[in-house]
Design a protein around this ligand. Sequence first.
Ligand code: PLP
Length: 238
Amino acid sequence: MNDGTDNIKTHTAARFAAVRARIAAAELRYARTPGTVTLVAVSKTQPVERIAAAITTGQRDFGESYLQEALPKLAALADAGITWHFTGVLQANKTLAVAHSFAWVHGIDRLKIAERLSAQRPGHLPALNVCIQVNVGREPQKAGVEPARLPDLARAVAALPRLRLRGLMTLPPASDDFATQRRHFRALREAFAALNEQGLALDTLSMGMSQDLEAAIAEGATLVRVGTALFGARPGPA
Ligand SMILES: *Cc1c(COP(=O)(O)O)cnc(C)c1O
């Protein structure tokens, strides 16, 4: 009867252990303080049962990218003590639900979206944690602010009352080459350091996914967003 569930649990536990071991090995290798890289499990397209299995391994930070798909999962797991991260592209007509339901938003790249989130964040919740997405590869098809426009946007977002600007996020151009991966992550780290020199007190570098988390940790990632390596390949284009 329980074979399916038990299988999912065993599988999930093994995959989560493997990714946590990769993170720990990278922390050690690149002289990062052990335990300072947060793992966000990106559970987009995954059913509630998979998330529940991940919870039994101790995982509490989860990322979702598609609001319509996410909301029923958030409702089903409302009592599980999860910190939900919105990792998708955020359109203006989705900000209300995100402001009510998530603890973090990783993809801020326009002031208008940030202003809406701040205005819509309910008073009984803590300020919404946000990261500004930077298009380090300057890819025209990708979301993210151009590096040159980052300082102005960061100052404006940091001034919004119901948001807490925590740091920067990037989705770099896909590459199998470690040096290339590092170069993009280094650009984000340098932008982060420059903002902190200007007094912004950022503490989060959200960078690194299944394919490149080691390069990200080498360059100072404090939070990696991992999907495929934890849950397997996603069905369909995502
Ligand atoms: C899907 C997604 C991830 C996870 O990517 P994997 O390659 O599956 O680890 C991370 N960050 C964002 C913004 C995503 O959309």
